[in-house]
Design a protein around this ligand. Sequence first.
Ligand code: FAD
Length: 460
Amino acid sequence: MSRPLRVAVIGAGPAGIYASDLLVKSNEEVSVDLYERMPAPFGLIRYGVAPDHPRIKGIITSLHKVLDNPKIRLLGNIDIGSDVTIDELRTFYDAIVVSTGATGDRDLRIPGADLPESVGAGEFVGFYDGNPDFERNWELKAEKVAVIGVGNVALDVARILAKTADELKVTEIPDNVYENLSLNQAKEVHIFGRRGPAQAKFTPKELKEVDESPTIEVIVDPEDIDYDQASEEARRASKSQDMVCQTLEGYALRDPQGAPHQIFMHFFESPVEIIGENGHVVGLKTERTELNGDGSVHGTGEFTTWDVQAVYRAVGYRSDPVNGVPFDEGEAVIPNDGGHVLDPETGEPITALYTTGWIKRGPVGLIGNTKSDAKETTDMLFLDWKDGKLPEPQNPEPEAVLSFLKEKKGLAVTTWDGWYRLDAAERAAGEPEGRERKKIVEWDDMVKHAGPQSHQGDLS
Ligand SMILES: Cc1cc2nc3c(=O)[nH]c(=O)nc-3n(C[C@H](O)[C@H](O)[C@H](O)COP(=O)(O)OP(=O)(O)OC[C@H]3O[C@@H](n4cnc5c(N)ncnc54)[C@H](O)[C@@H]3O)c2cc1C
């Protein structure tokens, strides 16, 4: 082929960015258009990672090197499946990689889950991380709050609820988030897990960090430290799980100091009902559980009602389908064999359609995990190309798709140069307050900086 291989990658989160990097850095001539629904790239690094995790947010800086490569063209503010169909994309590209990640909350089906103060953790994350798709005002009147789930997202939510607004003011949080958090009444945050410390999904560093704020102490009831044979094996098999258990044991051993904000971690408590009164949350009912020997638990029939006025459900994220791409509703992933998107009817790969990241394997794992994921997918894509399995698109020239997007579709495309302008504007907004950046939230404001009205020459 005398022209470069043309690939459309859909979703500029870590998975899509790493896949783009692997494609253009291969020994082959490849050019990538990286499509993104939001006006700004970086997916959950920008809209999931907590604002008081600047080191992780800093991964964005290392991803700059990837996106500075002129072989990758960022086309933001375009929703694939809605603004542009997969079939339309096929006319411009040899192959398409879907890396649309996850933004929604998995359901927790217990009575009372639909009460107004019972909310998905993802919604709260969307609020405090300044995602324009989410609520801009968050009422934080509850003094005692429950967080259901024992993973890092539960820790993020508990930490943000327990920290003072001033502790968070040094971060990138926008003004409306600071204003809402300054009215936060929460004094006690109760985290609940169905199983024990050896089954918790926390990572050791994040579990330690939650206790580091001077205004927070973590409290664990010594009764909640229990292990069965499978738990002991899990500790032996995983250094990280063992460290989590050791940290929780340390929390259980010490006496409470009476810090102004307390995070209680409860294990072996399975939430069975969110209690409502006059349409508002007044409690959470849990059933005590016991280990079975294999790491699973059974209910003991002993129930407790916890006095809480709000419940945050941190039981996992969930991916949304992309129109024109098969979706497994049960698993909430795109059916795949590790890289190819599979036709659910035949089980066979769909020509020139691939997937990577959280939409491929479900919403688990850290940013770094999306790298090996992307490698598996791009290896399959290259193999198919070499085997002549990728059909010739009608209009592979890079300019053809641009005029289609701008002239035929009338889209206000945001760009990589545009990101630099948005980045500069956010840094400038933070500077007078001595902060590294202050996030710009509103969709139109982001487009104003990163889009065509700001700089007509970006994509010419
Ligand atoms: C609350 C939270 C906190 C986290 N904290 C950490 C942490 O501290 N450290 C860590 O290592 N990991 C953390 N993670 C995990 C990390 O965010 C994920 O591993 C990673 O973001 C998954 O990458 P992805 O690219 O598959 O998905 P995403 O990051 O979700 O990116 C997908 C991108 O696709 C875009 N998109 C979606 N649909 C379309 C469409 N139709 N058209 C075009 N674009 C589309 C989205 O807007 C998004 O930008 C956290 C996750 C969450 C939820």
